[in-house]
Design a protein. Sequence first.
Lengths: 95, 479, 492
Amino acid sequence: MQVSREEILHIAKLANLNLKEEEIDTYLLHLQDILNFANIVSNAPVDNLNETIGANDSYNVFRKDEVKVFDNNEGLLQNAPEKERNMFKIPKVIQ
Amino acid sequence: MAKEDYEVVIGLEVHAELSTKTKIFCSCPTEFGAAPNTHTCPVCMAMPGALPVLNEKVVEYAVKAGLATNCSITKESKNDRKNYFYPDLPKSYQISQFDKPLCTNGSIDIEEDGKTKTIGITRIHIEEDAGKLNHNEFGSGSLVDLNRAGVPLIEIVSEPDMRSSKDAENYLRKIKSILEYIEVSDCKMQEGSLRADVNVSVRKKGAKEFGTRTEMKNMNSFRSIVRAIEYEAERQIEVIENGGKIEQETLRWDDVSGKTFSMRDKEDAQDYRYFPEPDLVAIRLSDEYIENIRKNLPELPESRKKRYLEEYKLTEKEAKMLTASKYMSNLFEAALKICGNAKAVANWLLSDVSRILNEKEIEPDQIPFTAEQLAKMIMLIEKGTISSAIGKKVLEELFENPKDPEKIIEEKGWVQISDEGAIKEVVMKILENNPQSIIDFKAGKDRALGFLVGQAMKETKGKANPKMLNDMFLEELNK
Amino acid sequence: MNITKLTVHELQEKLKSKELTIEQITKAYVENIEKYEKDVQAFITPLKEDALKQAQEIQTKVENKEITNSLAGIPIGIKDNICTKGVKTTCASKMLENFVAPYNATVMEKINNENMINLGKLNMDEFAMGASTEYSYFKKTRNPWNLNTVPGGSSGGVAAAVVANMVPWALGSDTGGSIRQPASFCGVVGLKPTYGLVSRYGLVAFASSLDQIGPITKDVEDAAILLNVIAGHDEKDSTSTNKEKIDYTKALKNDVKGLKIGIPKEYFGEGINSEVKQSLEEAIETYKELGATVEEFSLNIADYALATYYIIACAEASSNLGRFDGIRYGYRTENYSDLKELFRNSRSEGFGAEVKRRIILGTYVLSSGYYDAYYKKAQQVRTLVKKEFDKAFEKYDVLLTPTSPTVAFEIGTRSNNPLEMYLADICTVSVNIAGLPGISIPCGVDSNGMPIGMQLIGNKFKEETILNAAYTYEQETKFRENYEPTFKGGAC
């Protein structure tokens, strides 16, 4: 599949990444290269095979509904680039 | 063409927070109202390396909700990631369910003007709630609080089967009542634990195709849902009538102006890139598990209504109204247990209590007094300690400052006057002051008696025993 | 006695016989870090002072018999994508340059319970994406066998530190070969356990369905000992398997008589360096001499598996790395006026080129219109790969392949061509795709004296089988007695 400039810009937007003008072509080239290789999967003999979901076959791994309080609450906020009154500060968001 | 030529089509996506003790993927408490970011841990704060583990109660509650709404339960289910960036979504993906929701293909019945209508339920799935963005009152910017991040939700998606704002209200009330009955959500709309995304479209009557729909997100009061649907339907009809086209978009309802506004940049087309959550494993539910939940399902509003008709001889309307809210219905049963008078409890709840709820615009679960207090008030009337007129005043007081009704009437001096001497004194005084009424009565005008009793009530501030007053006036007038 | 040349099981004996003290051991390693770090560049955050202090404390406690663990006081190095409470965990990224983990990974809890001593956090490719450790934001680690070559990756700092005797052993992580390939390049032992055997809680996720933590050690016995420490069910990781505990050291029987070894011939085809091939063929002869039965067979999945690997790993990574948004932790741009700019600029400035490349690929294969052609198809191929391995393990106990098609290459020679870099993972990724255990052990050196690695693949949860096969070969060939790194080259 041929990837267009518009497409890679759209993808970058979805991923919340900026691509500088001079980067676009390199990323496009690399993506195209890798996709060309990845296209091998379309020829794999998988017609009657289910998709693998998760890495192992286990199921019903549940947790009991019991409260456990995390013991290092300050640690959770110590890395915040900006905080105020124990909340993470961000530019104003109009909801 | 006129408005009457159009039909409104409504579908609801109801989000209900489940009343589990802990969050869906970690052991943090779910309680509402804690100090910011204190109900958090590496998992719900999306620290690098933290992993989710599913709360078993969440699955159980969702299956309960599915069975109570006649859904099929999916035996082999899974969780999926829904990817998008927003500051209240710490992982930048929400763990939800995409193509294998826990429950599918259900329905519930709603009633309007005595007619029953079935509303289809497409699916119910489990997912995590997002955090909260607070406006910074003391400075610039917004502040992120992640206490709510990871609180379990079920999303109940309806078919586009509703045709009026009234339908939508009835449907949502029914969903709320069912979730309350099966005790999976406290459904406190004012705290946001029940909210709905409302999809609205219009089409010409008789048309087979649906019109283009718009969506209003996160609506959390019945009143604004009704208003928003009516406004939006009218707006859409107007656009079409003027030759315009409806755009599929998300709108924001503004309660103050009573209008909808466009919300998202058009350029930001969403693509959620759903894929199976690799940090969680499959959910496999056995027939035994499902049947066990079905067997233990609490009584639902329908069957409770039937019971009220048979056991307490209430009217269809009374039974329906009482059972609409589990809180109301529980209050009814608890008060009834104490005072033994079903008719009286029903009357009080459906007339005066409901009137006050309406005036205050609050829901039954916000009633501040207890069943015991209500029952005591009714018993005081039955004993003749107070009149029903005073009863109404006691009820108003119970809403403002709930306490033992006996204390209230004692403090307010509202005890009914049943002393023969005291009643006689009042009767004599009123007769003396109203000679014309005596003449009228003797001339055969029965209304005069009512007037005199009313005057005596006024004189005693409603405290006189009305039966005794009546009897004594008759006795004196007939002398 | 050169303390740092001893394996951990040898150190344990010397501690037991009181020939050595915990403080002596830690001090010897700290000295080696000081001696070699400028050449090798293995550490992101060395914890030399902390380690010395801890050694003293543990020494006292052991003397007072407050602590009796047999591994008490043994130092260890930790790959810098494993969360260590109160210590920086950077993933070799500008994004997490100053990130102090608020909690310990489950494996760190286990290490701490043994009273082992953390010597520091080791270099890697940024977010474990790479095969040469050249994609670290901080530094390029050099291969101690030739300082002009790469140590492999992504656990390059880990393997280099072990072979340079800067740590006695260490924990790495392996998503597509990130333990085995650097172990091969650096001439040490690297084990990727079965998916689900070791808890991933606290391992900063690259690709959730492929990642596993595992040991990089000087010899096979040490790998078994360290696996004993870190294996086991963890209720914090839904994908960790609940199985009875095994003592892996008991599996080391030094006997492979009757062991059925399968040689998938596709792993010896074109693209495999001839010296690598020759060395592997000699290893196969050794196994035959030791009494194993060896048979060639066809496992025609290598190319599919590699394509599938890059689709799945990048898809999961694109989602896993969404949380680095500049709000709660990590790098925040100085250059923003609204939320959108905060998100985009923080991520664009905080991530390196390779990470961005993989996020873009992963976002692409999950996006609407392409999901079915790539992601869905890849998950079907994954089922195919598992089935083919299942078939192979009906016939064989162990599969033997090269770990990497080549020996360590020169720094800067491949990092500009992503696809070529990805192709180097061809021997290792199918093991992750199928969730199997794999071990790399040295089996010789090439004409330039660079180590060559042999990979042994086992069936699910058959770590014992591959450990014994590796151990038996190691006892016979004694690589460590014949070869050691020269620290030649460098000064670039």
